[in-house]
Design a protein around this ligand. Structure first.
Ligand code: HEC
Length: 304
């Protein structure tokens, strides 16, 4: 599974280029709800047509499909999937009449032409809503027809072709070694490690280097940093006194979890509600509290 972090694209691309891959969207009819539609609705409409009951205007909610498709008190329907003329939402965002146009002119917020088009295309394609991306099960996308030794290369090549770009030359062995080290453990190779890789002429030299780094304890340290940043981990409590605090057991727990390849659902459950797990003992009573006060959340059975 950890292999997914390392692909042969490293042979070709600079690491920052890999982010391009993340923007390869699934092919679907109409704009992607989470990526394109929700941001527009959320930034431009939810203030008055969102979950906040006190500020709901015209009894219209656009954050739920069922509500957005329901007939309104005015007799209009905001969204009729696939029917642009019957959808009041479309009439309102395209109107030139200041009494009708949405968002209302007094808000000094207006939709850009591109934002209007996203909403129109979305209604035309059936106005599908999606849950938060974290709750959508990932599906294996179809491999693009492009050439490439590794499946990831094929995605990269397909996107390069789309952008009218060509691959750069394959990196030399020393550059490749440095990239893989920095990517997986966050440190450059030592001169000895580099020499060993350069001297290794076997066909699976690259794969073995990757395996070795994945098995290194440094791997967990490198990737735990990302999570700990998000969890706002710090060794001191900040503010003007900036006193040290004993929170490192939590840090070590995260490192250990990554090195043990703990599945992501277990990883999050144990941090947020570890105390609710059947194996939670009195000592491990509250993962959340332990997290907050700097003790490690409970691990899987058999862990301390
Ligand atoms: C500042 C508050 C505000 C914002 C932001 C806003 N609206 Fe409205 N909206 C209203 C009010 C007030 C009404 C009722 C008056 C009217 O019908 O013009 C309304 C009515 C509507 C109606 C007609 C409802 C009916 O009963 O027929 C639609 C459709 C609509 N808004 C869509 C949108 C969309 C789409 C957005 C975002 C692009 C948006 N609104 C942003 C305040 C807002």
């Amino acid at each position: 599974m950890r292999h997914s972090f390392v692909w042969s694209a490293l042979r070709w691309a600079t690491p920052s280029f890999l982010w391009l891959l993340l923007s390869v969207s699934a092919i679907s009819a109409g704009p992607d709800f989470n990526r394109e539609v929700r941001p527009v609705l959320s930034n431009r409409c939810f203030k008055c047509h969102g979950p906040d009951e006190e500020n709901q205007e015209a009894g219209l909610r656009l954050d739920h499909r069922e509500a957005a498709l329901a007939e309104l008190d005015s007799g209009m329907t905001a969204i009729v999937p696939g029917d642009l003329t019957a959808s009041e939402l479309v009439a309102r965002i395209t109107s030139n009449d200041p009494d009708l146009v949405m968002p209302p002119p007094h808000t000094k917020v207006s939709l850009t032409a591109a934002e209007k088009q996203v909403l129109i295309d979305w209604v035309a394609a059936g106005a599908d809503y999606q849950p938060h991306w974290a709750f959508i099960k990932p599906v294996l996308p179809e491999l693009p027809a492009a050439t490439g030794q590794h499946p990831i290369d094929r995605f990269v090549d397909a996107r390069l072709t789309e952008e009218g770009l060509a691959r750069c030359n394959e990196a030399d062995k020393a550059t490749l070694c440095r990239r893989v080290f920095l990517d997986l453990i966050g440190l450059p190779p030592s001169p000895a490690e580099l020499d060993a890789f350069l001297a290794d002429q076997s066909p699976d030299a690259y794969e073995r280097m990757v395996e070795q780094l994945l098995a290194s304890p440094r791997y967990g340290e490198r990737w735990a940093r990302r999570w700990l940043d998000l969890a706002r981990y710090a060794d001191t409590n900040g503010y003007e006194k900036d006193r040290p605090r004993t929170i490192w057991p939590y840090r070590d727990w995260v490192i250990r979890a990554l090195n043990a390849d703990m599945p992501f659902d277990q990883f999050t459950i144990r941090q947020i509600a570890g105390d609710m797990l059947p194996e939670a003992t009195a000592r491990l009573s509250s993962a959340t509290l332990r997290w907050l006060i700097g003790l490690a959340p409970p691990g899987p059975p058999g862990w301390a």
